[in-house]
Design a protein around this ligand. Structure first.
Ligand code: 3PG
Length: 305
């Protein structure tokens, strides 16, 4: 079978080599489409693909229609909002992700960004420490749990809310479970977002919710830009000179956010999963899942059942 690795943001070389080795061991051929700049390149590359491995690459109706032989798409990563999963299902194409494989990388970046922020973006002025601060984790999945683990090393006071995870499971990790998302924002000095982009979460972090934070509140987003109501947050930052917004996913209105010098920072390109380790883990997991799918029909990680 032909496996296309289509990554606008390429994997580390070691990960590509690992994917090839794993796929070839399964009897498959790997074709690479890296750093493509035009949708037409993707449409052309999928023509004869039986399987595709992607990152945040957009697998739309148009892409799926251009791939008549396609049987499986594996998103080497967690979030699959960039894939038209419903249309894939209609066409009988299995969509999978590789949960947990890149979550440590994202969690480590949270702390890289947080230290940078509380030390005033290294401008030489006296900043503050994370020790003793209340950290709120919104969604306690693979990334959220890694964030909690690292936060404890910083001696932070850790809180979490996840509507799908029972409180006792959160508390079992030594984390305070709060009753609602709003309580998390009210309680914590810093809130770290780990919710996926879905119909329910889109624009859910709005003026009212973010405005619940106490003086000096920091919101850090390594999840998705879509969960932010950008107009609402811009209004809040204009009114609340004490608040900061730090993100790994550049907002559509980045140029408006930039007026808040010293209170806003965005990485130029999403960096959360940009480590060799995360690329290797997620990439090889994707290749192995494709092997299992073609060998035994295994669909353990299917997200469009
Ligand atoms: C994910 O959903 O796995 C992360 O956001 C990483 O995405 P990326 O592979 O596009 O960097």
């Amino acid at each position: 079978m032909k496996i296309l690795v289509a990554t606008e943001k390429p994997f580390a070389t070691a990960a590509v080599n690992g994917i090839k080795k794993a796929a070839e061991a399964g009897g498959h051929e790997v074709v690479l489409l890296e750093k493509y700049t035009d949708k037409a390149q993707l449409l052309d590359a999928v023509k004869d693909a039986d399987a595709i491995i992607v990152r945040s690459d957009k697998i739309t109706k148009e892409v799926l229609d251009a791939a008549p032989k396609l049987k499986i798409v594996v998103r080497a990563g967690a979030g699959y909002d960039s894939i038209d999963t419903a249309y894939a299902k209609e066409k009988g194409v299995v969509v999978e992700n590789t949960p947990g494989q890149n979550s440590n990388a994202v969690a480590e970046l949270v702390f890289g960004l947080l230290v940078y922020t509380v030390r005033n973006f290294f401008n030489g002025k006296s900043g503050s420490e994370l020790k003793g601060k209340k950290l709120g984790i919104l969604a306690f999945g693979n990334v959220g749990r890694n964030v909690a683990r690292i936060a404890k090393g910083f001696d932070m006071d850790v809180y979490a809310f996840d509507e799908f995870v029972p409180s006792d499971k959160i508390e079992a990790q030594g984390v305070h479970a709060v009753k609602s998302r709003d309580d998390l924002f009210k309680t914590c000095d810093i809130v770290s977002l780990h919710i996926p982009a879905t119909d329910e979460t889109r624009k859910s972090i709005n003026y009212e919710v973010a405005g619940l934070m106490k003086k000096g509140g920091i919101i850090i987003n390594t999840a998705r830009k879509e969960v932010i109501d950008e107009d609402g947050l811009l209004k809040l930052l204009a009114e609340r000179e004490d608040m900061k917004y730090i993100t790994d996913i550049m907002p559509d209105k980045d140029s408006d956010f930039r007026q808040f010098v010293g209170r806003y920072f965005s990485t130029p390109k999403k960096m959360g999963a940009q480590t060799a380790e995360a690329n290797i883990n997620a990439g090889i997991a994707a290749a192995n899942q494709i092997n299992a799918f073609f060998k035994d029909g295994c669909t353990k990680f299917q997200v469009n059942k």
